[in-house]
Write a protein that binds this ligand. Structure first.
Ligand code: KIV
Ligand code: ZN
Length: 515
């Protein structure tokens, strides 16, 4: 007998993008959307179209590209936002308008300054407006888990009566605990007379580390059949429910959950890497499913057991979730078609022949410096190319630095600003510090450095270093990434990438911040 279906709703590009520094360009979002479609995610929340022209265009481009997943856009509960959403989404093969308004006493009083009756009326009007244009409408009562049950029932009943086909209960502040949250969803479904006319969904934040547990309790105890989640658990503050943990829990413990998703789990790790590279949010090594150590056995007893029978210490296989062993895939003599073929095999599609030519040239440059090229190198290379927008304000032309024991490090950098080259020298406490100071002498960005992190792309000292630089200026936070076999050059590339993101005018409103 076939199992009931669990709908996977990915919000990496909407809620995930609300993490400070995780904002993405249109091209980056398109790449993530293609990866999510390849993974067979049911619904892709592509963004918040009313938040900025940039996000409108990104949602529109995704709607016009994706064919095998429903494309969704978030809209506050007002006509202007919803119309913006409709305009961005209407070209899609299958699309959904997701509208929300806060229903907890605190949010209504302090944030919205609206009475409960006004919120109820606004819910009716906005779902009605959305439904007129789109058959697939999702409604979320923000801060749902801290809302009063009787009032929430009235709001949700009205939303369903106006045509909402999915009711999503957010635990906006990550306050819920599993048994209670599961029972809360069940109570809502039992009390609301027309509850069977909608699919029930949950959207949990991870402030107390319980987002995955709360979501699963909502499914088993509450009867929810959609989970909203993000790749790597990206999201506001401590993040959202992690997609990979939900999907693998349901699959690995199919005996308990008796549900199935339609996802191709072998796409999990490549997609996780892509999101990490684009956002600059490094995945912690011990992160379930996608952390570098998730399938590594260090202790002798475990290694011995796994060699005898993998199931002794492994409940799922690395291959099931898309880990490839660090295989040498390409080298200096590999040709363009082998390169293109390997990109295809690891799920990377570039948008044009020109993009393939540029990526191949980068690959050749890398192969001159590094004998063996692994899948991870290819991913870093393509991520860098995509991160470097065509309208770059700053370009790193060349750099060198000198440092040694007892000597004050020194760096010289040549940058092109809108095409014209300038050079600066600086000293610093270390080679990276000197390099950043030299770049700042030219750029004068006045940005504050919030984060500098280096990660080895593969194992061994010949690995490329992948650097993340997080800069903040005037309340805007951006991440830059750069990879190179020389970590100082990677650092300079990452800094320049972050400067270019600061230059791009991508102002966005956070959906939770106003009505
Ligand atoms: O956390 C939240 O409440 C949300 C809603 C807008 C769905 O992200
Ligand atoms: Zn959220």
């Amino acid at each position: 007998m076939s199992k009931e279906k669990l709908i996977i709703f990915d919000t990496t590009m909407r809620d995930g993008e609300q993490s400070p520094g995780a904002s993405m360009t249109k091209d980056e979002k398109l790449r993530i959307a293609r990866a999510l479609e390849r993974m067979r995610v049911d619904v892709i929340e592509a963004g918040f179209p009313a938040s900025s022209n940039g996000d409108f265009e990104a949602v529109q481009a995704i709607a016009n590209t994706i064919k095998d997943s429903v494309v969704c856009g978030l809209c506050r509960a007002n006509d202007r936002d919803i119309q913006r959403g409709i305009d961005a989404l209407k070209g899609a093969k299958a699309w959904r308008v997701h509208t929300f308004i806060a229903t907890s006493p605190l949010h209504m009083k302090v944030k919205l300054r609206m009475s409960p009756e006004q919120v109820l009326e606004q819910t009716r009007l906005s779902v009605r407006y959305a439904k007129n244009a789109c058959p697939d409408v999702e409604f979320s009562p923000e801060d749902g888990s801290r809302s009063e049950v009787d009032f929430l029932c009235r709001v949700l009943e009205a939303a369903i009566a106006e045509g909402a086909t999915t009711i999503n209960i957010p635990d906006t502040v990550g306050y819920a605990v599993p048994e209670q949250f599961g029972a809360f969803i069940r109570t809502l479904r039992e009390k609301i007379p027309n509850s069977d006319k909608a699919v029930w969904s949950v959207h949990c934040h991870n402030d107390l580390g319980m987002a995955v547990a709360n979501s699963l309790a909502a499914v088993t105890i509450g009867g929810a059949r959609q989970i909203e989640c993000t790749i790597n658990g990206l999201g506001e503050r401590a993040g959202n429910t992690s997609l990979e943990e939900i999907v693998m829990a349901v699959r690995t413990r199919g005996d308990f959950f008796d549900l199935e998703t339609r996802l191709d789990t072998t796409q999990i790790v490549p997609t996780s890497r892509l999101v990490s590279q684009i956002t600059g949010f490094v995945v912690q090594p011990n992160k379930a499913v996608v952390g570098a150590n998730a399938f590594a056995h260090a202790s002798g007893i475990h290694q011995d057991g796994v060699l005898k029978a993998r199931q002794t210490y492994e409940i799922m296989t690395a291959e099931d979730v898309g880990w490839t062993t660090n295989r040498i895939v390409l080298g200096k003599l590999s040709g363009r078609s082998a390169f293109k073929q390997r990109l295809k095999e690891i799920g990377i599609e570039l948008e044009s022949e020109d993009a393939y030519n540029k990526a191949f040239q980068r690959f050749k440059d890398l192969a001159d410096k590094k004998a063996d090229i692994f899948d991870e190198d290819l991913q870093a290379l393509v991520a860098q190319q995509a991160g470097a927008s065509s309208d770059e304000h700053w370009r790193l032309v060349t750099m060198n630095q000198a440092s040694g024991m007892g000597e004050r490090p020194h760096a010289a950098v040549v940058l092109a600003e809108n095409g014209s080259e300038r050079r600066a020298d600086a000293q610093g406490d270390g080679p990276v510090d000197a390099t950043f100071k030299a770049i700042e002498t030219l750029a004068k960005s006045g940005a504050e450095l919030l984060l500098y992190s280096v990660n080895a792309v593969t194992q061994g000292t010949e690995s490329q270093g992948e650097v993340t630089v997080r800069l903040s200026r005037g309340g805007r936070v951006v991440n830059g990434v750069g990879a190179d076999t020389d970590v100082i050059v990677a650092s300079a590339k990452a800094y320049v990438n972050a400067l270019n993101k600061l230059e791009s005018k991508m102002e966005r409103v956070n959906p939770q911040h106003q009505l």
